[in-house]
Structures are given as C-alpha cells and as structure tokens.
Design a binder for this molecule. Structure first.
Ligand code: NAD
Length: 262
C-alpha cells in the first residue's frame, strides 16, 4: 500500500491492455489516477482493482477522447479530486486492418480521430491545466512501431502513429518553455485485446489462416524472441512520467523487443 501522492495522472484507454498496466504502474508509484475510457464496465473494474492493489485513489470517468468537452471534463475532475494533473498518458487507440488498395475513408477518419486527433486534444487540454496550475507536467503519448515504418494492411493506423510521433515533437517545442515535457513510447507487438481482435480481422482478410498465426509470424522478427506483455511497457512509461526524464523531450522510445531497429 502506497499512501503518498505525487499528483494526479490521467491515462486514456486504461480500461484495458497497455493503458491499464500503465495506470496500475502509476498508481503503485504514488500517483492518483483517473482512468478515461469509453468502456464503463471494464473501466470501473480497472479502477477498483488497481485502487485495491495500490491503496492510492483511482477513479474511472467515462470519456470519449475524440470529444474535447469530455477530455476537458476529465482534466477538471483530475484537478478537483487530486489537486492537479501532473501526468497525461494519451494511450487510447484502436486498429482495423484493411488491404492497402481497399483502405477506406471511413476507417481513415475513425482511426485518425482516436489515435491522432485525440492525442492533440489530450495534450492541449492537459497542458492548459498544467500551465494554469504551474505544474511542470509530463505528457506521454503512445505511438507504435507502425509510426516509424508503414505496414501495408495497416495504412491509416500507421499514418496515425506517425502523426503521434510528429505531435510529440510539436508539443515538445510548444510546451518546453512551460517546463512540460512531451515524449512518446512506441510498442511493437503487445498481447492485448487489441491484438485478439486483430488476429480475427487478419484471418477474415485471408492474411492468416489460424488463430495466433499472424502474431507468431511477427514474433519471429523480434530479437528478444517473444511478443510483449502490457507490463513490459510500464517501466518506460513511468520513467517518462518521472523526474528522471526531465532533460528529455520530443523523443519517441521504441519498446519492441528489438523488432524494427529504427
Ligand atoms: N497491442 C499492441 O500490439 C500495440 C502496439 C503498439 C501500439 N499500441 C497502442 O497502444 C495503445 C493501447 O492499445 P492496447 O493494445 O492496450 O489496446 P486495448 O484494445 O487493449 O485498449 C484500448 C483501450 O482504448 C479504449 N478506447 C478506444 N477508443 C476510445 C475512445 N474514443 N475514447 C476513450 N477510450 C477509447 C478502449 O475502450 C480500450 O479500453 C493504443 O494506442 C494502441 O494503438 C498497441
């Protein structure tokens, strides 16, 4: 049990997968954590379970990260309940593969809205609150290896993650004068519900023919010999949320087990 508080932290998309693991890590590290996610059932469960493990205040707020008013409400709740917002983790995201020649406008807009526009909105609204409260805050964005190298069946997703890397650089330049750092983490292949759905989608597209085949093929390209678990991402996220990274900004750290080496 950790009763100290280092301030408020928002983790978007933390009802599941990587976000949930980061929320738990921040909570155990002494932050009061607000989970901002669309999924009310899993979001509330995550808040309850994380709070029970860490002893720190952990709350859920139903939030669509593509809607500025809802993000503002999450930031205001964090300030009101926890005193400030010290850390913003823009993690919410999703993917829906389509063959490159059939990649649709509909999916482009959906993916770019959640994976990229929401990172801009989340960074803006968290930074406004940090500046108002004179908090030297930390923004941590979740990019992907696909932001460094485009994948044929994931064109909008890859583009959205390249946008996250670029937004991280723009935000770093904009906010350095306020003492706010903006960095990103770029996971490779992480075993989460996102990948469970991707596995089904890739089978439906005929890219793979059996459950687990697509991920097994990628696993062969990972130097460290296995796909990641959500907890493999936590240490770097905590580092970028801590004073240890105070002299870093605008950076994207690859956490891919040595997959693309870019
Ligand atoms: N799993 C991987 O292999 C992998 C690799 C690289 C990057 N990523 C990125 O990591 C992040 C987390 O992915 P994950 O694998 O944990 O996925 P996940 O599906 O387990 O979790 C994503 C969460 O985001 C939430 N979400 C989706 N749209 C939302 C919205 N509009 N508003 C609020 N919440 C929303 C979902 O409800 C879900 O709880 C994403 O940005 C993803 O692109 C994942």
């Amino acid at each position: 049990m950790n009763q100290q508080t280092k301030g408020g932290a928002i983790v978007t998309g933390a009802a599941s997968g990587i976000g949930r693991a980061i929320a738990e890590g921040l909570s155990l590290d002494g932050f009061s954590v607000l989970i901002a996610d669309l999924d009310e059932e899993r979001g509330n469960l995550a808040a309850d379970e994380i709070g029970a493990v860490s002893g720190a205040q952990t709350v859920f707020l139903s939030t669509d990260v593509t809607q500025r008013d809802q993000v503002c409400a999450a930031v205001a709740r964090c300030q009101d309940q926890f005193g400030n917002i010290k850390v913003m983790v823009n993690n919410a995201g999703f993917n829906k593969p389509e063959p490159f020649l059939n990649a649709s406008e509909e999916m482009w807009h959906k993916i770019l809205d959640v994976n990229a526009l929401a990172v801009l909105i989340g960074t803006q609204e968290a930074a406004k609150a940090m500046i108002a409260d004179q908090v030297r805050g930390k923004i941590v964005n979740v990019a992907s290896i696909t932001g460094r190298t485009g994948f044929a069946d994931h064109a909008p997703y890859s583009a959205s993650k390249a946008a996250v890397i670029s937004l991280t650089q723009s935000g770093a330049r904009a906010l350095a004068g306020n003492g706010i750092t903006v960095n990103a983490i770029a996971p490779g292949v992480v075993a989460t519900p996102l990948w469970e759905q991707l596995d089904i989608d890739l089978m439906e597209m005929g890219v793979s023919s059996a459950p687990g085949e697509a991920i097994a093929a990628l696993e062969k390209e990972i130097l460290l010999g296995r796909v990641a678990k959500p907890r493999d991402i936590v240490g770097t996220a905590l580092f970028l949320s801590s004073e240890g990274s105070d002299y870093m900004t605008g950076q994207t750290l690859m956490i891919d087990g040595g997959m693309i080496l870019q």
